[in-house]
Write a protein that binds this ligand. Structure first.
Ligand code: ADP
Length: 159
């Protein structure tokens, strides 16, 4: 049983995240999408809301589950019996931070491997931050997020 963790803020989950989840689900027996509190970011959705979004949007994918995690990612990965962590790479701009993170995690626990996945090229410009900004300004985000997230954004931003 090969388990992989896909950690992130997912504030909110976008079609880019979903693309990475689907790719990971076809390679691993189990994918745990782990929603984390990012200290550097003021989230729009609570951890519980974000976990619920992941659960609802991935309902059709039987080997995907959602969870919330705190503390060190490598410790969480070991606790959940995962052999790897998956992260998404959109562009060179993601690379430096992701590379540093992966090597630091390897330093902390060399048994947890990091795997990078590239989304469909049409999602490489997509970020949760931009989606929130567009929604706040009254723009149409339907091409960028699953319908459930679109509804959640409308409800949260009252737009
Ligand atoms: P974090 O705050 O940990 O960066 P995010 O939710 O922003 O959390 O992203 C989680 C992971 O998904 C990161 O590895 C990020 O690079 C990746 N990611 C974000 N948006 C996309 C996208 N459009 N396509 C592919 N990967 C993405």
């Amino acid at each position: 049983m090969r388990t992989v963790i896909y950690p992130g803020s997912f504030d909110p989950l976008t079609n880019g995240h979903l693309d990475v989840i689907q790719r990971a689900a076809s390679l691993f027996d189990r994918v745990i999408v782990a929603v984390a509190q990012n200290e550097g970011k003021q989230p729009l959705f609570t951890l519980e809301e974000r976990r619920e979004h992941v659960t609802e949007v991935t309902r059709e994918l039987s080997n995907v589950e959602a969870d919330i995690f705190e503390g060190l990612l490598v410790d969480y990965a070991v606790r959940r019996g995962a052999c790897a962590v998956v992260r998404g790479l959109r562009a060179v701009s993601d690379f430096e931070f992701e590379f540093q993170l992966a090597l630091m995690n390897r330093k902390l626990n060399s048994s947890v491997e990091t795997i990078f996945m590239m989304p469909r090229d049409t999602y490489t410009f997509l970020s949760s931050r931009l989606v929130k900004e567009i929604a706040r300004l009254g723009g149409d985000v339907t091409p960028f997020v699953p319908p459930r997230i679109c509804a959640a954004l409308k409800e949260k931003l009252k737009c």
